[in-house]
Design a protein around this ligand. Structure first.
Ligand code: HGY
Ligand code: MN
Ligand code: MN
Length: 429
């Protein structure tokens, strides 16, 4: 059977509609390098959100928003009391990021809802597509902010006054979005669900190297993000002797090499990244008084994540090149494993299309990490060319994108069935 063309009883997705919508959205915030910049709740992100809501409303789906700016598209099942089956991802992107990270899962999720509608197929549960706010954590910190707030891992009261990278507060940005993407119903945080299944590009090299089109994601490694601030003393670059300086940049360099050593030790599987740095007052002829930098620390081992993160936080207890240091813990998400019955459902969905697959963990973090703290969760990956992501070169073959969407459709319908405690299906009434 040619993958992706099975004429089974399952609902068939429309690859043409999937691709044309991905192209429509890639034009919102497009960059000269062929990437896209749609920072959370920016004009571009709001435009993309508005477009997806318009597509959803045009099909008669209900659209809701929660206080964190997460959007929910609902296709009603015949048993409105049953726990919903959810899918979802994000529309916000990195600066000059790729055209598929997040948006693929949103457009594919909508494609599944529309294909069900096209065929008049009924489901027992409501089918809900979540569009998580600020997954990337670029304009506002931290990463996966919207789904962390929804899952109760973070509190909106603690973040609302945060000033974003463009000087606008989070609460202002959310209010602007409520004005522009208006008329939506309200949605509660942490509403329980039967299953949450997210489709995403792998953003790594594994599936391409194995020459396999579908990844059954087994879980997501843990992630911690910190903001370190080193404070020295501004002084004249020409008159101040080297030995009397309190040079915040020098302090930051010493601190950075110490933090790397604490985090990595000898682990090839640990990830340690400084992605953002600021320096004040930022004049070539003034010794910097303050240097701030982020640390993104990831590890599949919860104990190492906890212990090494704590050691990094303790680095605040000494001076660094004569400078003091403060640190804030932006997020601490422990590693998660996905639900066996959802992984099995995805395997069955891929087999129904004649598509081979591979089990693999996720190196990147996703909103599914937060959904997993509320209920049974899973993810599907499709290959990333060269394993490249967070880069305009991000690419997945259109045929593979369509196959991933069809597997999502098959699996979501399968997950719509009631299941016993053993995870096996019982026919829906
Ligand atoms: O940071 C991540 O792993 C995700 O791509 N935002
Ligand atoms: Mn993503
Ligand atoms: Mn990303």
């Amino acid at each position: 059977m040619v993958p992706g063309t099975a004429e089974g009883d399952g609902v068939r997705i429309h690859a043409g509609r999937l691709h044309s919508r991905l192209q429509d959205l890639s034009r919102i915030g497009s960059t000269p390098e062929g990437g896209v910049t749609r920072l959370a709740l920016s004009i571009e992100d709001r435009q993309a959100r508005k477009q997806v809501v318009a597509w959803a409303l045009a099909r008669g789906f209900e659209c809701r928003r929660d206080l964190a700016g997460n959007l929910f598209v609902v296709r009603a099942g015949h048993d409105r009391e049953a726990l919903p089956v959810m899918t979802g991802s994000h529309l916000d992107t990195q600066r000059n990021g790729g055209n598929l990270d997040g948006v693929y899962g949103v457009v594919a999720g909508l494609e599944v809802l529309e294909s069900l509608e096209d065929e008049g197929a009924s489901t027992s549960s409501d089918l809900v597509l979540a569009i998580w706010n600020n997954e990337e954590g670029v304009r506002f910190a931290p990463v996966t902010m919207g789904s962390s707030l929804w899952a109760g891992k973070l509190r909106l009261a603690d973040l609302a006054t945060q000033i974003g990278s463009d000087g606008v507060s989070l609460e202002t940005a959310i209010a602007e979005d409520e004005e522009e993407v208006s008329g939506l119903g309200a949605a509660a945080f942490a509403s329980p669900f039967r299953a949450y299944l997210e489709l995403h590009i792998e953003q790594g090299p594994v599936l391409e190297a194995a020459n396999l089109p579908i990844g059954i994601v087994t879980g997501i490694q843990g992630v911690r993000q910190f903001l370190f601030k080193v404070s020295g003393e501004a002084a004249h670059a020409g008159t101040t002797p080297m030995v009397t300086r309190k040079d915040a940049f020098l302090g930051a360099l010493e601190l950075h090499s110490r933090l790397r050593a604490l985090a990595i030790v000898d682990d090839p599987e640990v990830r340690f990244t400084v992605g953002r740095m600021s320096m004040n007052p930022g004049a070539p002829n003034t010794i910097p008084s303050e240097v701030a930098f982020t640390v993104d620390f990831r590890c599949p081992d919860a104990t190492k994540l906890r212990e090494r993160g704590a050691a990094m936080l303790n680095a605040a207890d000494r001076l660094w090149a004569g400078c003091s240091m403060t640190v804030s813990n932006l997020i601490h998400s422990e590693p998660v494993s996905f639900a066996d019955f959802i992984m099995e459902s995805v395997r069955g969905a891929a087999r129904a299309e004649g598509l081979p697959f591979l089990d693999l963990p996720s190196g990147a973090t996703h909103d599914a990490l937060n959904a997993a703290s509320i209920g049974p969760t899973g993810m599907i990956f499709v290959p990333s060319r060269g394993g490249v992501s967070h880069n305009p070169k991000e690419w997945t073959d259109p045929e593979q994108l369509a196959w991933g969407c069809q597997v999502l459709a098959n699996a979501l319908r399968d997950l719509d069935y009631e299941r016993g405690s053993d995870g096996n299906r019982s026919p829906t009434a």
